[in-house]
Design a binder for this molecule. Structure first.
Ligand code: S3P
Length: 442
């Protein structure tokens, strides 16, 4: 990663309409599930980003043919549960979803595969998939007793288990489902709080009998998947940067079209509304088992709230941008139960606290979150380091867009956005200057 520096204009309303990029979680699953399905599938609206490229690269290394047929459009030629042993190590880049999901898939394949990744991925915990997959009979090794990548996987026959997962994680749950679908008997996965359920929805739509209820999901070993054409909705997590930006910058009025509104993902929307944000939904529909709709948002003064408990898995990726909403709001916001953020590619609690302090916000760091003293208005122009984290880069940019006066701020290591939203900076600039263009035209 280079050290690209982006400048951001302050105090310009966000005006216009946009289609956010395709959902990252659904894009990974659309590729992986169709790769092991029977038949061919056309996937449209796929996110074009570094993380999804990592999944494509690894699947191709396993012999899966993925044909690029247009912008965000691919045909995946399903192999059933029969992949090729790769000749080389598979590089997951910095994508935790790629490594954890493929870890589960490869645990059931009779071959030897090594999964590695970039510097930040090799620091992220992998014991959370390695330990239960070993219980099912997979032979997996890694650094620090299997806690860290590179992971060496000798897959094969698996015995399904009833697993009580100590953490709520869509990635761990999906790894277990991918292994369980190849195992003997029924795989049961319990989690303490409900995590994102894209896998359950997609597998059901692809013909798998998925039993799920609240914090429990079960599948039968030996299940087959039918390839399914898919249209990936816009990413709710990427949309949140603009929902918050338009809520906190005076004069803003935005429409975000065709955004994924799966309730296991939209905790950030509930919190923003609790803070007083004016966000309306229109044109709701369900496509391939996933709800989506258009979101309309306009500026309104916000007030602080408490964020924690069961809501955390529903907004885990949104905490840096919710922290920006809290910084601009009147009153105090407390974020708790979010210690999982310490083991993302960066320590996201520490990075968010640093970002807020640069923007002139008073904040107390806690082991599992933070307490933010809202300024009840604009932030201070400054320079923000993304620490190589895409969500800090984008949250920081929205913080800078919400500063007072006609000043510029800067985000360093801004190229981190390529992980989930490569066009973020030009799009932000276009929305900031749209009202000037409209004024010139009238
Ligand atoms: C994801 C699950 C979440 C999320 C990540 C994508 C997924 O991680 O933070 O960006 O696609 O399942 P955890 O499973 O670690 O909670």
């Amino acid at each position: 990663m280079t050290t690209r520096r982006e400048s951001v204009l302050g105090a310009r309303p966000l005006v216009g309409a946009l289609y956010p990029p395709g959902d990252k979680s659904i894009s990974h699953r659309a590729l992986i599930f169709n790769a092991v399905a029977e038949g061919e599938a056309l996937v449209r609206g796929l996110l074009d980003s570094a993380d999804v490229d990592s999944t494509k690269r690894c699947l191709r290394g396993l012999g899966v043919q993925i044909e690029e047929v247009g912008l965000g459009e691919v045909i995946v030629y399903g192999r059933g549960w029969s992949l090729d042993e790769p000749a080389a190590v598979l590089d997951c880049g910095n994508s935790g979803t790629t490594m954890r999901l493929l870890g589960g898939l490869l645990a059931g394949q009779p071959m030897h595969v090594v999964l590695t990744g970039g510097g930040s991925l090799c620091k992220r915990p992998m014991g959370r998939i390695v330990e239960p997959l070993r219980k099912m009979g997979a032979r997996i090794d890694g650094r620090v007793g299997g806690e860290l990548a590179p992971l060496s996987i000798r897959g094969g026959a698996l015995r399904n288990i009833d697993y009580r997962c100590p953490i709520s994680s869509g990635q761990v749950k999906t790894a277990m489902l991918l292994a369980g679908l190849q195992g003997q008997g029924e795989l049961v996965h319990h989690e303490p709080r409900v995590s994102r359920d894209h896998s359950e929805r997609m597998l059901s739509a692809m013909g798998v009998a998925v039993r799920c209820f609240d914090r429990f999901v079960a599948v039968q070993g030996g299940s087959r998947l039918h390839a399914m054409d898919m249209d990936v909705p816009g990413d709710f997590s990427s949309s949140m940067f603009f929902l918050v930006g338009a809520s906190v910058i005076g004069g803003s009025q935005l429409t975000l079209r065709s955004v994924g509104l799966n309730p296991t993902r939209t905790g950030g929307l509930d919190v923003l509304r609790k803070m007083g944000a004016r966000i309306e939904v229109s044109d709701s529909q369900v496509v391939c088992g996933e709800p989506r709709g258009d979101l309309h948002v306009q500026y309104t003064p916000l007030t602080g709230v408490d964020i924690g408990g069961d809501d955390i898995p529903r907004l885990i990726d949104e905490i840096p941008i919710l922290a920006i909403a809290a910084a601009c709001a009147r009153g105090e916001t407390t974020i708790r139960d979010a210690s999982e953020l310490r083991v993302q590619g960066t320590d996201r609690i520490a990075a968010t606290v640093k970002m807020l302090r640069c923007l002139g916000v008073e904040v107390e760091e806690r082991p599992d979150g933070m307490v933010i003293d809202g300024r009840g208005g604009a932030l201070e122009p400054t320079e923000i380091d993304s620490f190589g984290d895409h969500r800090i880069a984008m949250a920081g940019a929205i913080g800078l867009a919400a500063t007072y006066g006609d000043r510029r701020g800067y985000v360093t290591r801004a190229d981190a956005v390529s992980v989930s939203f490569p066009d973020f900076f030009p799009l932000l600039f276009a929305l900031q200057t749209e009202h000037e263009r409209l004024n010139t035209l009238t």
